[in-house]
Design a protein around this ligand. Structure first.
Ligand SMILES: Cc1ncc(COP(=O)(O)O)c(C=O)c1O
Length: 361
C-alpha cells in the first residue's frame, strides 16, 4: 500500500493517540461543569485555546472549536453574512474554493445574497488585484482560501487582507490546508475569520476550529444554537478529548520544507530519468503537493484502477464523480487533461517508490 493522499487526510500522530487516550480517561466530565472533574476538562480546553491562539497571533477567546473545517466555513461565512446583511449583500469568493464553500455561497444566493466567483490564474492563484476590482459598496465579505486543496497553490493572503482592510470589508480564509504548514498571523493578514481542520495535520477527524476576530463582541450568527457554550457562537458540549488531540497535533506536526523539497525534486528527476512523460499542472505550490498529468494513458489507467496506490483524482470529496475536476478546468485544462491528472501529496520518501512502481507499468 502506498499512501500519497495526505491532503485528503493524515494518519493520527502517535503522540496524539496517546494524548487522546489520556484525555478520554481523565477528561470525561463535561467541560462546562463546575465540579473538579469538569474544571479539569475545561483546563484541557483552555490550554488548547491558548496554544493555538498563540501560534496564529490571536487571543484564546477568539478560538471557537467546531467539528472541522466544513463547519468552521459554515460558521464564518453564513455567520458573518447573516449578521452583516444590513450593510450589504455582496460576497466575493473564488471559483476554486473547497466544495463546501461553494455550496455555502450557493445557499446564500437563495437567501438574497449575490456572490462573485473569481477565476484563478493558470497557476491557481487569486490575485489581490482581482479581489480589489470586484469590491463594490455592497460587498461585506471576501472568502479566499489560503492553500488550494487540489493544486496546493498558495494565495497572497496578506495582500488580499490589505485590500480588504483598505476597503473595510470582512476577510475570511479557509486555512484547512495551510495551518501548521505555512506561517499564519491573523493580524498581519487582516483576517476576521479563519477555518482549520485537525485531520489535515496529524490530529483526529471530527474536530477543528474557527478563528473569529473579537469573538466576544463580533456580529456573527451562530449556525449551531446550543446551551450557551463558546460565547453562544457554537453550541454543543465541547469534545475535550478531541480538542486535546488537536492541541497535541499542533505541537508535534512537522512540516520540513527543505526535506520535502529534496524528495519532490528527486521524484521529478526520477520520472525524467525513467522517461515517464508528465506535465505539472501547478509549479509554485505547497512543496509536498504535486498535481500532475501523465501523458501515457497506460499510467493514468493504472492509477485510476489501482486500489493500493492512494492518490487522488480531483479532491477526495468529489473523486468518485465522473466529471473532470472543476479546479483543473478553471485553470485552463481540457476535460481530457483533467481526467489524466492526479493529486499526489506526500510526507516521506515513499514518493520515490511510487515513481518506480509506475515505471514498471
Ligand atoms: C480547503 C478545505 N476546506 C475544507 C475542508 C473540509 O474539512 P473537514 O473535513 O474538516 O470538514 C477540506 C478538507 O477536505 C479542505 O481541504
Amino acid at each position: 500500500m502506498l499512501y500519497l493522499d495526505y491532503l485528503a487526510s493524515t494518519p493520527v500522530l502517535p503522540e496524539v493517540l496517546v494524548e487522546i487516550e489520556r484525555a478520554f480517561k481523565d477528561c470525561y466530565a463535561n467541560p462546562s461543569s463546575t465540579h473538579s472533574l469538569g474544571l479539569a476538562a475545561n483546563e484541557t480546553v483552555q490550554a488548547a485555546k491558548e496554544y493555538i491562539a498563540d501560534k496564529i497571533g490571536a487571543y484564546p477567546s477568539e478560538i471557537i472549536f467546531t467539528s472541522g473545517a466544513t463547519e468552521a466555513n459554515n460558521l464564518a461565512i453564513k455567520g458573518l453574512a447573516f449578521a452583516n446583511q444590513n450593510k450589504g449583500k455582496h460576497i466575493i469568493t473564488s471559483a476554486i474554493e473547497h466544495k463546501c464553500v461553494l455550496n455555502i455561497c450557493k445557499f446564500l444566493e437563495t437567501k438574497g445574497f449575490t456572490v462573485t466567483y473569481l477565476q484563478p490564474t493558470k497557476q491557481g492563484i487569486i490575485t489581490a488585484e482581482a479581489v480589489e476590482n470586484s469590491i463594490t459598496k455592497d460587498t461585506i465579505l471576501v472568502s479566499i482560501m489560503h492553500v488550494n486543496n487540489e493544486l496546493g497553490s498558495i494565495n497572497p493572503i496578506q495582500e488580499i487582507g490589505e485590500v480588504c482592510y483598505e476597503r473595510n470589508v470582512l476577510f475570511h480564509s479557509d486555512a484547512a490546508q495551510s495551518f501548521c504548514k505555512l506561517n499564519i498571523d491573523v493580524l498581519d493578514m487582516n483576517l476576521a475569520a479563519m477555518s482549520v481542520s485537525a485531520h489535515k495535520f496529524g490530529g483526529p477527524k471530527g474536530i477543528g476550529f474557527a478563528y473569529i476576530r473579537d469573538a466576544r463582541n463580533c456580529e456573527i450568527e451562530p449556525v449551531i444554537h446550543g446551551a450557551g457554550q463558546q460565547l453562544e457562537i457554537r453550541g454543543g458540549t465541547l469534545a475535550s478529548p478531541l480538542i486535546a488531540g488537536l492541541h497535541k497535533a499542533t505541537e508535534h506536526f512537522k512540516f520540513d520544507h527543505d526535506e520535502l523539497l529534496t524528495i519532490r525534486n528527486e521524484f521529478l528527476a526520477l520520472l525524467e530519468s525513467k522517461r515517464i512523460q508528465f506535465k505539472l499542472n501547478c509549479e509554485h505550490n505547497l512543496v509536498n503537493v504535486i498535481n500532475i498529468q501523465f501523458l501515457n494513458e497506460r499510467v493514468s489507467n493504472f492509477l485510476s484502477d489501482s486500489l493500493d496506490i492512494c492518490v487522488s483524482k480531483g479532491s477526495a470529496c468529489s473523486s468518485r464523480e465522473i466529471k473532470p475536476s472543476y479546479v483543473l478546468t478553471a485553470i485552463g485544462l481540457t476535460s481530457d487533461e483533467a481526467r489524466n491528472s492526479f493529486r499526489i501529496s506526500f510526507f516521506d520518501r515513499s514518493l520515490l517508490t511510487f515513481a518506480m512502481t509506475i515505471h514498471h507499468v
